[in-house]
Design a protein around this ligand. Structure first.
Ligand SMILES: *Cc1c(COP(=O)(O)O)cnc(C)c1O
Ligand SMILES: [Zn+2]
Length: 410
């Protein structure tokens, strides 16, 4: 890709823009560097506003340019003022960023949009990923659109909806007998040996930048202001770190005047190593073996865990974990009050939001944004036994009157 630079997040060593992701000196993660001074001199608000109605309107703050012929147009999803859920929780300015409205129905289309454009710019012919489900869907779909070969690796036992939603795009779908953390380690080894573009391994510095657009978009949709609180589901931690980075970048380039956003992380208790470290006051995250039906969040050794801890503490946020039962309640509460059917990760987010509201950690008049990152249609198993069954009747008016009418009028 030529010009541009990567920098180690720990020791600051600079590297050229290549398909690399760890610092050779200290093994820290690499990050893309931008010329903020040059960007601050531009009229960025106007430039964004005149861009496409997708995440690519923020192209000046992304590491690669949009490639129109391979674009699936992720992003520019609704920001919904959640009046009914807000009333239940005592929050008047609660907003839901509904990112289940995307080409493959999760926020992963944003990161993969950037990752695939980078893979093409580097001249890769095979794109791959280690996935908990949604990422595999997105890589398979974007690769199909780009005419690239896709190889997606998932742990065994994922939800059927997620497996089918990858298979439909005809990638090579590899089910590994192990946890996501095993899959991820295997993919890092493969990336050492084969010139494949693993979007979340050797292309991670580029791919992860797509997550910033979930910070940019919310700020723009709020009329160019930063929320007082954001609640973000945490698996590897990348999305939370990038939403925070995106908001602060907007301040550095003069698009926002101030950012005082408290950043809260949401985990499932069965895969909650970051929440546990937060509660213990620890600086390092101790890996766990995941045990939760929130499979999209089932990462036991999160790559960005300690950055999540640092950001939550620095911004006055928290990292909380909720049980699977609370998560299911979160899914149904959101659907019943706001008409949004989310997957398990969204249920975790809503359950954590509910807990924060109950503790008074988010105020009635503060602007609170909860990120809903994927659709419930991929994880229908989570609601087994949780919903009232259908009323089954014969096709006659008498049947209707006898079995249905009283329930509706009751
Ligand atoms: C991947 C994923 C997340 C979390 O992403 P990280 O960046 O790994 O923390 C959250 N929600 C959904 C639906 C996901 O698929
Ligand atoms: Zn370093």
């Amino acid at each position: 890709m030529g010009d541009g630079t990567l920098r180690c997040r720990e020791c600051g060593t600079l590297y050229p823009m290549e398909a690399i992701y760890v610092c050779l000196r200290c093994f820290g993660p690499l990050e893309v560097v931008y010329d903020y001074a040059a960007l601050a001199a531009q009229s960025l608000r106007e430039r964004f506003a005149s861009g496409p109605r997708s995440m690519w309107r923020y192209e000046p703050l992304l590491p690669v340019a949009r490639v129109p012929e391979i674009d699936l147009q992720p992003g520019w999803s609704p920001l919904q003022h959640a009046t009914r859920l807000g009333e239940r929780l005592g929050l008047r300015r609660l907003y839901l960023k509904n990112d289940s409205v995307n080409p493959t129905w999760s926020f992963k289309d944003r990161v993969v949009g950037v990752g695939i454009a980078a893979a093409r710019a580097f001249g890769f012919e095979v794109v791959a990923c280690a996935s908990t489900g949604n990422l595999a869907n997105a890589v398979a779909a974007h690769a199909a659109r780009a005419g690239l070969r896709a190889v997606v690796f998932i742990p065994r036992g994922l939800e059927r909806g997620k497996v089918v939603a990858s298979g439909a795009y005809a990638p090579t779908l590899v089910e590994v007998d192990g946890t996501y953390d095993d899959v991820n380690r295997l993919c890092a080894e493969i990336a050492e040996e084969h010139r494949w573009a693993f979007v979340n391994v050797n292309l991670r510095p580029y791919y992860a930048e797509g997550g910033k657009t979930l910070g940019f978009e919310v700020a723009e949709q709020l009329g160019w202001r930063a929320p007082d609180h954001v609640i973000v589901p945490v698996a590897s931690g990348s999305l939370l770190v990038k939403i925070h980075k995106g908001l602060h970048e907007l301040r550095r380039v003069g698009v926002l005047e101030e950012v005082r956003t408290a950043v809260h992380g949401a985990q499932a208790a069965g895969a909650g190593p970051v929440a546990a470290a937060f509660a213990d006051g620890a600086e390092q995250v101790r890996p766990v073996r995941p045990q939760t039906i929130a499979r999209s969040l089932a990462i036991g050794n999160p790559a960005d865990g300690r950055y999540v801890l640092r950001i939550a503490r620095e911004t006055g946020g928290t990292v909380l974990a909720v049980s699977d039962a609370q998560m299911v309640e979160g899914i149904t509460l959101l659907a019943e009050t706001e008409g949004i059917f989310t997957e398990t990760a969204g249920g975790v987010t809503v359950a954590v939001l509910r807990e924060l509201a109950a503790r008074g950690a988010v105020g009635a008049e503060e602007i609170v944004v909860a990120y809903i990152t994927g659709t419930g249609l991929k994880t229908v198993e989570a609601l087994d036994g949780a919903l009232a069954p259908a009323v089954t009747i014969g096709a006659g008016l008498r049947d209707f009157e006898r079995h249905v009418l009283d329930r509706v009028l009751a």
